[in-house]
Ligand binder design. Structure first.
Ligand SMILES: *[C@@H]1O[C@H](CO)[C@@H](O)[C@H](O)[C@H]1NC(C)=O
Ligand SMILES: *[C@@H]1O[C@H](CO)[C@@H](O)[C@H](O)[C@H]1NC(C)=O
Ligand SMILES: *[C@@H]1O[C@H](CO)[C@@H](O)[C@H](O)[C@H]1NC(C)=O
Ligand SMILES: *[C@@H]1O[C@H](CO)[C@@H](O)[C@H](O)[C@H]1NC(C)=O
Ligand SMILES: *[C@@H]1O[C@H](CO)[C@@H](O)[C@H](O)[C@H]1NC(C)=O
Ligand SMILES: *[C@@H]1O[C@H](CO)[C@@H](O)[C@H](O)[C@H]1NC(C)=O
Length: 323
């Protein structure tokens, strides 16, 4: 009898581990990791600092402060991500340097944590800039066959994705950036021709890049999928672009412009989760008012990610496994 009661109590507790989206307001371009008992959420500020929200539950992220972990010389910081390499966290971001203005001032940079705490503090490590190249944004780090590459977006005749070899997480290798994708399909060309926000995703020895397509100020901002299918990551013909978007707005659920995402694991490591921003109105714009949202995703029999439909704001969802 006692055992039964204990079991039912446990079930009630598990059942109440719920959360609702959005999990952070005014938090576009979100990125999240689960590390040693806590979620760490970092997002765009459009300012000269980045903050992290830290909590042991997704629901708890709503009520914690956005604690400043890094302040830099310059302005208009966005698209931050933190990656753990050899006991240091690397904070990749886009910003404008001091006294620079206009789109051409956008440059990719990386800061380094002093220890192995995701809360930093962080110190500037390197500018990941190829002199003379046009606007660059949305940096990320991918590891393919043991080597590091910088992913990013750049603007030449249109806004495309690039991949750039690194010798370590903060040093550009000799050579130049290579195009990884350009917006040629109709779903990448709504409002403006854009491929941006490339994010690494690994599963069963397969390497994917999920990216954001079309103009961020439209409800049609969405996610597309690339897969590395060859031997040379710097050669675009060794990547496959899947013909259809993999995650997009849902009008009946009132979710518009879902995109610029990150991935994280549930606390027990068994589930894959996506964190992304979206708005609950069609005219949300491409501004700070976009909110961070999270949901679980699965894998199809073909080994491809199945992101499903964005969940509506305010709907109770089961918290990540192990929370
Ligand atoms: C930026 O402009 C200010 C005011 O003109 C000047 O004092 C400062 O040295 C400049 N900084 C850089 C990095 O050029
Ligand atoms: C991944 O690759 C390793 C080394 O080649 C192999 O041992 C393992 O079985 C592979 N796993 C899957 C899920 O394909
Ligand atoms: C890219 O890969 C294709 C197919 O393997 C090959 O024909 C081509 O020469 C490669 N290009 C470069 C610049 O290596
Ligand atoms: C939107 O979500 C509803 C379920 O809430 C689903 O029936 C519909 O197919 C979805 N539409 C799209 C375009 O995914
Ligand atoms: C949309 O989001 C805003 C900000 O969170 C909220 O005030 C508003 O009630 C939401 N509207 C709907 C229809 O959910
Ligand atoms: C959606 O965008 C509008 C307009 O920018 C903003 O007022 C609102 O707070 C946003 N809602 C959410 C949930 O982000």
């Amino acid at each position: 009898m006692l055992k039964l009661i204990v079991v039912s109590l446990l079930l009630v507790v598990v059942g109440s581990d719920a959360f609702t989206n959005p999990i952070a307001l005014d938090a576009p371009d979100p990125w999240m990791v689960y590390y040693k008992g806590f979620y760490y959420l970092i997002a765009t500020t459009w300012s000269n600092y980045f903050g992290i929200r830290k909590s042991s539950t997704l629901e708890g992220l709503k009520s914690v402060e956005n604690t400043v972990v890094y302040t830099f010389d310059g302005h208009t910081g966005w698209a931050p991500e933190i990656h753990l390499v050899d006991s240091k966290w690397y904070l990749y971001y886009t910003s404008c340097g001091p006294n620079t203005t206009g789109n051409a001032c956008h440059r990719n940079r990386v800061a380094e944590s002093v220890g192995d705490d995701p809360m930093g503090p962080y110190q500037h490590k390197a500018d990941l800039v190829d002199d003379g190249d046009p606007e660059e944004l949305d940096p990320s780090l991918i590891n393919i066959n043991g080597k590091y590459y910088l992913l990013g977006s750049y603007f030449v005749r249109t806004q495309m994705l690039y991949i750039r070899e690194l010798t370590n997480p903060y040093t550009l290798a000799p050579g130049v950036k290579q195009m990884l994708s350009e917006p040629t399909l109709s779903w990448e060309r709504e409002g403006w021709t854009v491929d941006e926000g490339p994010e690494p995703l690994y599963h069963n020895n397969r390497t994917f890049v999920v990216f954001s397509a079309s103009y961020c100020a439209t409800p049609n901002y969405k996610l597309g999928l690339l897969e590395f299918v060859g031997t040379d990551p710097l050669n675009i013909t060794h990547w496959r672009k899947y013909p259809n978007p993999v995650f997009q707005k849902n009008e009946s659920r009132g979710v518009y412009g879902p995109g610029h995402n990150g991935f994280f694991k549930s606390p027990d490591g068994t589930e894959d989760w996506i964190i992304y921003h979206a708005n609950n109105s069609t005219d949300g714009g491409c501004n700070m008012q976009r909110s961070s949202r999270a949901q679980k995703f699965t894998w199809g029999a073909d080994g491809l990610p199945v992101f499903g439909v964005p969940e509506a704001a305010g709907v109770e969802l089961q918290a990540p496994s192990g929370e």
